[in-house]
Design a protein around this ligand. Structure first.
Ligand code: ADP
Ligand code: MG
Length: 283
């Protein structure tokens, strides 16, 4: 009798945490730009966690960068282990990315981690027919399990970033207030145009997000902001993510900012981002 009750409770717990298939049609967001260190992973992790925590959505965070930073940025929240990574899935060793998703301690948030083998997988992908569309087909089933899928991209325009862009419904482009980051934004916008010309895949920009903004550096901030506004006025988000050491600490401690310190300026900025994106994302 006791074990029957135990079984029932376990089944209820599983049902409560595991996303049900067939009920969802995930919107997929690629967080991308051709520059490292600008806050792509910080944005992907905190957007994914925010959607799960604040909006009670079912969210899958997919690490498309072989540095594996999404997994380390959430290491305190991971529940269970998986031997499958994004690389295995893209090379067809598993059919769907859903099969490698790991639960987290945050209700509704799942993650498909990657590791340094993703670099080798990217090389192997280059000889495959339709190499740009491998992620898109690997997400087919997962799209029916989640409300949102967030793709954290590497800092280049290689096959993995192109796969993310081809699988996505939206591009979210972070830019810190440096000339090099601005060039990275220009390059990603050119790539969006090239994907449209080559594949007829028109990927709308969900927004350009100013990240790691040092509010003391008014002069440089003003120059970059003018350049962004001059080129991409309609895409530039009002939300600004300031430099906030709590965000870096949260990443080191393996937690999203909402679980680390929900009242710090970094957490408030990512809350403001969700609020600004809400109408576009149907929240
Ligand atoms: P990317 O994914 O673009 O390479 P990350 O998100 O990993 O960039 O950020 C690079 C580094 O900057 C990390 O150590 C991260 O913790 C830190 N960082 C990112 N955003 C902020 C911020 N707004 N304030 C302070 N540190 C930040
Ligand atoms: Mg990163």
């Amino acid at each position: 009798m006791t074990s029957l009750i135990g079984e029932t409770l376990r089944a209820v717990a599983r049902a409560a945490t595991r996303p049900e298939p067939g009920l969802h049609r995930a919107q997929t967001i690629a967080v991308c730009t051709r520059k490292g260190g600008v806050g792509k992973t910080t944005t992907a992790v905190n957007l994914a966690a925010g959607l799960a925590i604040r909006n009670h959505k079912k969210v899958l965070l997919v690490d498309m960068d072989g540095q594996g930073h999404c997994g380390s940025a959430l290491h305190s929240e991971l529940r269970g282990v998986t031997s499958e990574t994004v690389g295995d899935i893209l090379l067809g060793k598993r059919r769907d990315i859903q099969e490698a998703a790991l639960a987290t301690a945050i209700p509704g948030l799942w993650i498909t981690p990657s590791d340094k083998d993703l670099g080798a997988a990217e090389d192997a992908m280059s000889s495959k027919l339709g190499k740009e569309l491998l992620l898109r087909s690997a997400l087919k089933v997962a799209k029916t399990h989640y409300d949102y899928i967030i793709l954290d991209c590497p800092p280049n325009l290689g096959t993995l970033t192109v796969n993310a862009m081809m699988a996505a419904d939206w591009a979210l482009i972070p830019c810190d207030m440096s000339i090099l980051a601005l060039e990275g934004v220009d390059d990603i916008v050119e790539t969006l145009d090239a994907l449209d010309d080559t594949f007829g895949h028109e990927l709308p920009v969900l927004g350009m997000l100013r990240t790691r903004v040092d509010l003391r550096n008014q002069k440089m901030n003003g120059r970059i902001e003018d350049a962004l506004r001059g080129r991409y006025a309609s895409m530039l988000l009002d939300t600004v993510i300031p430099v906030n050491t709590r965000l870096a600490q949260a990443q080191m401690d393996g937690q999203p900012i909402l679980r680390h310190d929900a009242s710090c300026t970094g957490a408030k900025a990512y809350d403001a981002l969700l609020e600004e994106l809400a109408p576009r994302l149907g929240l």
